[in-house]
Design a protein around this ligand. Structure first.
Ligand code: MLT
Length: 424
């Protein structure tokens, strides 16, 4: 269902820079001997100035030991300079160094020179380096090097990178460039439920983490709560140097998105609430959690899968996509029991998010599978009506996991919402 025009007009959002360098800029003076016969910096001099800035920036950090310790050397492959304004002797410039793209063996940097007297951007350089070994052959950028400039992200489909977020290490698939969208999976699943959206939402930095206790993330015995999940994800954004992201959460992921609104509101640039609800568990719901905890502890994740799969997927999926039904069953069956138990306790004890709804001002899209029995579309519509900045849409032929069951339709709805957010 296309987003209404009025909704587009109501969207308002600003994204902060996608990545922030760990290395502070340096100030450099422009000397007369650097300038040419016309009295200003020419292109060759600019390249030298940018190189001088790089060495100074490194010297204030780990210095060349960074490369020596890893047995690699950064070999420049391309350097271009864009001139904006002339610079003369005596001018003071502030020059920074930002990693734009981290490849397997390459690093692409941007350097900007800003005149300190008036804050004008006078020139910028784009540089590509390849890390080479002692024989001169390209070699993967070592983590120790990459970590200094930015945080490593996935470079091929499905690649999982592990991020230390303090108490635990989370596995995540992080792909693409652009403003960030954080995709939070449901229970008891993992990041792969978003594989179609991670593959298709071009122009966005797609971040699909495994929550603690699930997928490839650490599985602590205790310490599960909505606050812990939300704090893990805020620290993951820190690790990725992302200040704000559109947060998309499916079911449990939606509960965590609400918790992020409570604890880290300034990090949330927009919301996609999929097959989720704002209210807390009822008394019978809480009893159901305890019963499922007992089942997981006594009979394991397979028994939880048997119990959940019939309800998780829509009627149409059960009829027409047996392979997907088997995949989801397998995904649940391999979830570690402490992760299942921890998530059930966290969901059982979660706060009521209904009072939060009226205060949500970021662009919000509520998405529900038409055949979702766990969070039916009528409830989702009511939730959307309680959020001043929300639109809602229903995905036909899908149950509780539309991102997998009707992946193309879901990706289209996400893409349209995200583009409206970007344009606003
Ligand atoms: C989920 O899909 O994350 C769960 O079904 C949510 C819940 O049980 O409340």
């Amino acid at each position: 269902m296309p987003l209404r025009r009025s909704f587009r007009r109501r969207l308002h959002l600003s994204f902060c820079g996608a990545s922030v360098s760990r290395l502070p800029p340096v100030s450099l003076n422009v000397y007369p001997y650097e300038c040419d016969a016309y009295g200003h910096l020419n292109e060759a001099a600019y390249l030298q100035l940018f190189e001088r800035a790089r060495w100074e920036i490194l010297a204030r950090g780990p210095g060349m030991q960074l490369f020596r310790a890893q047995g690699v050397w950064p070999a420049v492959r391309r350097a271009t300079v864009d001139y904006h304004l002339p610079v003369f002797p005596g001018d003071q410039l502030e020059v920074d160094l930002q990693l734009e793209k981290l490849g397997r063996t390459s690093m692409q940097f941007r350097q900007r020179a800003v005149r300190k007297s008036d804050g004008m951007l006078v020139a910028e350089a784009h540089l590509v380096f390849v890390t080479i070994d002692a024989s001169g052959n390209p070699t993967p950028v070592p983590d120790g090097v990459a970590d200094l400039f930015a945080t490593r992200v996935s470079t091929h489909s499905g690649e999982v990178i592990r991020y230390n977020v303090g108490a635990v290490t989370l596995g995540a698939d992080v792909r693409g460039d652009g403003p960030a969208v954080l995709l939070i999976h449901g229970f008891p699943l993992d990041r792969t439920i978003w594989k179609h959206q991670v593959a298709t939402l071009a122009g966005w930095r797609r971040i699909a983490p495994d929550l603690r206790g699930m997928g490839s993330s650490d599985v602590p015995e205790a310490g599960y709560s909505m606050a812990a999940y939300a704090d893990d994800l805020a620290r993951l954004l820190d690790q990725l140097r992302i200040q704000r992201a559109v947060v998309a959460g499916l079911s449990l992921g939606g509960y965590i998105a609400f918790e992020m609104m409570r604890r880290h509101r300034e990090r949330v640039a927009g919301l996609i609430l999929c097959d989720t609800k704002a209210d807390a568990d009822s008394e019978s719901g809480r009893a159901g959690r305890d019963e499922m905890i007992a089942l997981a502890k006594s009979a394991g994740a397979e028994a939880v899968a048997d119990r959940m799969v019939p309800k998780l997927l829509g009627r149409s999926t059960h009829q027409a996509q047996p392979q997907l039904v088997a995949e989801v069953r397998e995904l649940i069956a391999k979830t570690p029991v402490p992760g299942i138990v921890g998530a059930l306790e966290a969901m059982r004890d979660r706060a009521d998010s209904t009072p939060l709804l009226a205060s949500i001002r970021v662009p919000t899209l509520v998405v529900t599978g038409q055949e979702d029995e766990m969070t039916p579309a009528a409830g989702a519509r009511a939730m959307a009506q309680a959020i001043p900045s929300a639109a809602s849409t229903v995905i036909p032929g899908a149950g509780h996991i539309p991102c997998l069951e009707a992946s193309t339709a879901t990706s289209r709805v996400f893409a349209e919402f995200l583009e409206a957010v970007r344009e606003s």
